[in-house]
Write a protein that binds this ligand. Structure first.
Ligand SMILES: *[C@@H]1O[C@H](CO)[C@@H](O)[C@H](O)[C@H]1NC(C)=O
Ligand SMILES: *[C@@H]1O[C@H](CO)[C@@H](O)[C@H](O)[C@H]1NC(C)=O
Length: 228
């Protein structure tokens, strides 16, 4: 007999804002770890429940993607569910909100088996309207009336902070717009706002492209933009 433990991969989100996870009415703080459905060691990351390991009946921890493990006649498989196989028909009969499915930046409700909204940089679900996915990249989440179809539209960039109103169009920047703030030139590209050029005083305000590094007269090493 084979018991297959299938894991659903939740979308990986980068975020600097910490938010809690609600697992069936129990609230966990970001970073908390707990056992879920007896067989999964999970953690709360940015408001999303993420599976870390599978747990066998005797408490043995299995890495996701590890070889099958046999214990007391049971063969355990701990694997990511392939994204192509995401199917609302695999939602449990008595689904709750913790069974929501995530694909790319879409959230699908397992109870109604309909789109629920889009997932923003903080892991929050936006039902309809503007949201940000990182690097101040601005998107618009649009659900069809029947909620069986959803679309994320690119809307350029958001030139505000978390305290600003995302619907404030004065803070919306068109894609490929270029502007200067002090000695830095920014550009709104396909994946948000990035530094395009710098005008360092040390280099007599001569423009250098992002990706440039230089040594100042005092020996300090400077770079223009974030160099990965
Ligand atoms: C973005 O905001 C900064 C600071 O408020 C401002 O100086 C700049 O002009 C804005 N850029 C655009 C393209 O509106
Ligand atoms: C933010 O910018 C980095 C560097 O260009 C890029 O790798 C990353 O995908 C961007 N993030 C988003 C959410 O677009």
């Amino acid at each position: 007999m084979t018991i297959s433990l299938r894991l659903l991969v939740l979308c990986a989100l980068s975020s600097t804002v910490f938010s809690q996870c609600d697992d069936n009415g129990v609230v966990y703080a970001s970073g908390d770890k707990w056992i879920r459905n007896n067989h999964f060691l999970v953690t709360c990351r940015n408001g999303m429940i993420q599976t870390l390991k599978c747990v066998t009946d005797s408490g043995h921890l299995l890495d996701v993607g590890s070889k099958t493990f046999v214990e007391q006649g049971y063969e355990y498989t701990c694997s990511h569910e392939a994204e192509e196989n995401l199917n609302t028909n695999s939602c449990p009969t008595f689904a709750d909100f913790s069974d929501d499915i995530f694909k790319d930046r879409f959230a699908i409700c397992c109870i109604s088996r309909r789109f629920k909204g889009c997932v923003d940089v903080n892991g929050d679900i936006i039902k309809h309207g503007y949201f940000i996915i990182g690097n101040r990249s601005l998107k618009y989440c649009r659900l069809h009336a029947n909620q069986r179809q959803a679309r994320i539209e690119p809307k350029g960039c958001f030139n505000g902070t978390v305290n600003d109103d995302i619907n404030d169009e004065d803070l919306h920047i068109k894609k490929y717009a270029v502007w200067r703030e002090g000695d830095i030139e920014y550009r709104c590209g396909d994946d948000g706002v990035h530094i395009q050029r710098c005008f360092p005083k040390e280099l007599k305000n001569k423009a250098v492209w992002a990706g440039t590094a230089w040594i100042q007269d005092d020996g300090q090493v400077k770079t223009c933009g974030k160099i990965n």
